[in-house]
Design a binder for this molecule. Structure first.
Ligand code: IMP
Length: 212
């Protein structure tokens, strides 16, 4: 069974990926641990296209270079996985969507991004504040074949930030079941129901079924 290089620089995502795949029987290396400094332009129109661009970018790099953080190991020994994910707010025509990380610019803090989105929903009642997190996972094999898997979680945008866990838009994304934000959930609770948890578990099953 091949080990995994996960193509992300996002430490919040990486923490979740490790927890979700911890019993997969594969070793999981972050892009940083592998020492791979490749910037992939995310110019796809969909989450799946962007996930695939990231995973292919890193796999292609590994095929052409020594992997600095994994000396003596070749690209053939790995699967490269990548996630592209984001928040879709229905009232804002699914913004920020594929631009979630870039919304208001990479340098803007999530405190400001979250405050801006809440301000744009001023006066909008709960039933029209529907939103979802979406995640596409791409897995690229050394021979260039690939698989994709998806996951979503439905909720609504609250009126204020709440909770200290998670990352990004978690403090303003609330669940209908209990009116808690995903930043108020423990990592186990979030991973059990999240877009990323669902997509990664689907991918794990798919890879198992294909004997990869
Ligand atoms: P990506 O790295 O281009 O996939 O950017 C995904 C962005 O979507 C992140 O930087 C966050 O802003 C947002 N996002 C994705 N998943 C989550 C999550 O689980 N919680 C909060 N924000 C998320």
């Amino acid at each position: 069974m091949r080990d995994i290089i996960f193509a992300t620089q996002n430490t919040g995502k990486m923490k979740e990926v490790r927890e979700i795949l911890k019993d997969s029987g594969r070793r999981i290396y972050s892009q940083k641990e592998a020492g791979i400094c490749v910037e992939v332009e995310e110019n796809g129109n969909t989450f799946a296209e962007n996930a695939l661009l990231k995973a292919e970018g890193v796999m292609n790099w590994c095929r052409e270079h020594e992997i600095p953080g994994l000396p003596g190991r070749a690209a053939e020994e790995f699967l490269v996985l990548a996630d592209d994910s984001g928040l879709e707010i229905d009232f804002l025509n699914k913004e920020p969507g594929v631009y979630s990380a870039r919304y208001l610019g990479h340098e803007t803090s999530y405190r400001e991004k979250n405050a801006d989105l809440i301000a744009r929903l001023e006066g909008v009642p709960k039933e029209r504040r529907t939103a979802r997190f979406v995640c596409a996972i791409a897995a690229v094999f050394p021979d260039g074949r690939y698989e994709t898997a998806f996951g979503t979680i439905e909720g609504y945008i609250g009126w204020k930030e709440s909770g200290e866990n998670g990352f990004g838009y978690d403090p303003i994304f609330y669940l209908y079941e209990n009116d808690r934000s995903t930043a108020e959930l423990s990592s186990e609770e979030k991973n059990a129901i999240s877009h990323r948890g669902r997509a990664l578990r689907k991918m794990r099953k798919l890879l198992q079924e294909k004997g990869e």
